[in-house]
Design a protein around this ligand. Structure first.
Ligand code: FES
Length: 113
């Protein structure tokens, strides 16, 4: 499966929370796992999800990973990109839910979704 991963490295909030370092680590890990031909890692601007910064988006699954830490990168690569399993605990937003929440442990929504 060809994937594209977008990392906000140009918005006002994500870059203050190490999004550039996260993108650099992601690119390095993708290369180390031999996935460079099938996974593109691209920088972009604000997603409008600043309160959950830093964020990244994975296509074609339509998965948002939020409130990321540098140490989360390896888990995303190994479980999601290599293993094909979404890392639920890092998913804090889903456009498929009316409230925009996905139920991951980084979900800061108060309605229990
Ligand atoms: S600054 Fe990253 S989502 Fe707005």
């Amino acid at each position: 499966m060809h994937r594209r991963i977008f990392v906000d490295v140009q918005g006002l909030t994500c870059p203050t929370k190490k999004s550039q370092e996260i993108m650099d680590a992601l690119k390095a890990s993708v290369a180390r796992h031999g996935l460079a031909a099938e996974v593109e890692v691209l920088g972009r601007g604000c997603f409008g999800l600043c309160r959950m910064a830093p964020n990244l988006y994975v296509e074609p699954e339509g998965i948002w990973y939020s409130k990321l830490k540098l140490e989360d990168v390896e888990e995303i690569v190994e479980k999601h990109l290599v293993g094909g399993k979404i890392v639920r605990r890092l998913v804090a937003y889903s456009p498929h839910n009316a409230g925009g929440c996905a139920g991951g442990e980084r979900n800061d929504c108060t309605d229990g979704t």
